[in-house]
Design a protein around this ligand. Structure first.
Ligand code: ADP
Length: 373
């Protein structure tokens, strides 16, 4: 990138009107931050010079023959230029200022209200602001790369852990069985705890691998199917296994969605499993589907522990678990809600969530409704 001197800048004016150039030159000569001013009198040369990163800052007129300064901005930004560009607008330029900023201009100047002080300030500000923006972009690229490395490492570790964990699980099973008459009580407890810990690790590995599958959308094929039937099936499975009072409310007609059925089943079951996990046995769980012309809303409402407001922000982040005293002994990986969020977003849906500590929670999601044909 071009080095920017502390006080004065090499400026390129891109303007197809020579009179404008002369006016600008006279004005910029009175502006102390200008080291030199060069002139490009057409759109193509302007683009070429910006892409060569030949100057510290660029002043671009809005009217450039058949093109506009906004076209130029878009063209150079598309080609990766991060140069500070200031658009020169005229009296009839209502709205252009915002378009310019959106297209990546550092600032804009009304040509009819120029004076050396304003120009000096805008130039300094534009160069400084662009430099900060570039630093932020570089930092973001670095963070994204690191994030990718971290995700890859977790994924590789999860893959590689699967086999040794299965072996450990198998041998602990064998030891418990083969030595069942010879083990002292404390030895049996050690082995059982080991067994339990290995199972926890297996669940974590499973969740990590599920996340990977979801991110790659490789959990099955897209199909049109009855979402109500899927929910009913999962609901009945959970109802049989848990003591909570569970109710189900479904619309009369089938509710068709387009998506990957096994993934949506995973999302539904994660929410059901959380509701039973974080609700005392005598609590209530209500499962509901409602639909209008555009959306389907699926919710699981429980009368469980609820989540304090200050712990709600990060619930859908991977590995996050809200630390509340009621759930201290409940095990989990903190990946379930993140899996649900990813699945829902992959189906162009949105998460629905509300919770009150001590009263209960409602978790769910909205999916686009499709016509039943
Ligand atoms: P896990 O249940 O494995 O910890 P999740 O990602 O499914 O992970 O959930 C993240 C956290 O959100 C849980 O640890 C828990 O604190 C909170 N949570 C999720 N569902 C509920 C619920 N229905 N009621 C209360 N807290 C919940």
């Amino acid at each position: 990138m071009t080095k920017v001197s502390a006080q004065s800048y090499r400026v390129l004016l891109i303007d197809d009107d020579e009179d404008d150039y002369i006016l600008a030159r006279d004005l910029l000569n009175q502006t102390p931050v200008i080291q030199s001013l060069e002139w490009a009198d057409n759109y193509e040369d302007g683009i070429k010079l910006v892409l060569q990163d030949s100057h510290d800052v660029y002043l671009v007129d809005y009217y450039l023959g058949a093109e506009t300064g906004i076209d130029l901005l878009k063209a150079v930004r598309e080609k990766g230029s991060r140069a500070p560009i200031i658009l020169l607008t005229g009296r009839d330029s209502e709205g252009i200022d915002l378009d310019a900023l959106e297209a990546g201009a550092a600032d804009y100047l009304d040509k009819n209200a120029l004076n050396p002080t304003i120009v000096g300030r805008v130039l300094r500000y534009a160069v400084h602001q662009q430099r900060t923006r570039n630093q932020l972009e570089d930092a973001l690229t670095k963070v994204t790369q690191l994030e990718q490395i971290k995700t890859d490492m977790i994924r590789i570790a999860a893959h590689d852990l699967r086999t040794p964990l299965t072996v450990m699980h198998g041998y602990i099973d064998m030891l418990l069985e083969d030595l069942k008459d010879d083990l002292k009580d404390n030895q049996r407890t050690y082995l059982e705890q080991l067994h339990h810990s290995v199972e926890r690790m297996q669940r974590m590995v499973q969740d990590i691998l599920s996340l990977e599958r979801i991110l790659e959308m490789s959990g099955g094929h897209n199909n049109q199917f009855d979402f109500s039937a899927l929910v009913k099936n999962s609901f009945e499975h959970y109802q049989k296994q848990h003591p909570h009072t569970m109710t189900l409310h479904l619309p009369k007609d089938p509710v068709m969605v387009y998506g990957i059925e096994p993934l949506l089943r995973e999302a539904i079951e994660n929410l059901l499993s959380n509701a039973v996990k974080y609700t005392p046995k005598d609590g209530k769980i209500g499962v509901d589907i409602s639909a209008d012309a555009d959306f389907i809303l699926f919710t699981v409402k429980d009368t469980g522990f609820g989540i304090p407001k200050d712990l709600q922000d990060r619930l859908f982040h991977p590995f996050y678990r809200a630390k509340i005293k009621e759930a201290r002994k409940i095990e989990g990986t903190g990946l379930g809600l993140n899996l649900v969020k990813n699945i829902v977003e992959r189906h162009n849906g949105n998460i629905h969530f509300e919770s009150e500590y001590g009263k209960g929670s409602t978790f769910g999601f909205m999916l686009p409704n499709i016509e039943d044909d």
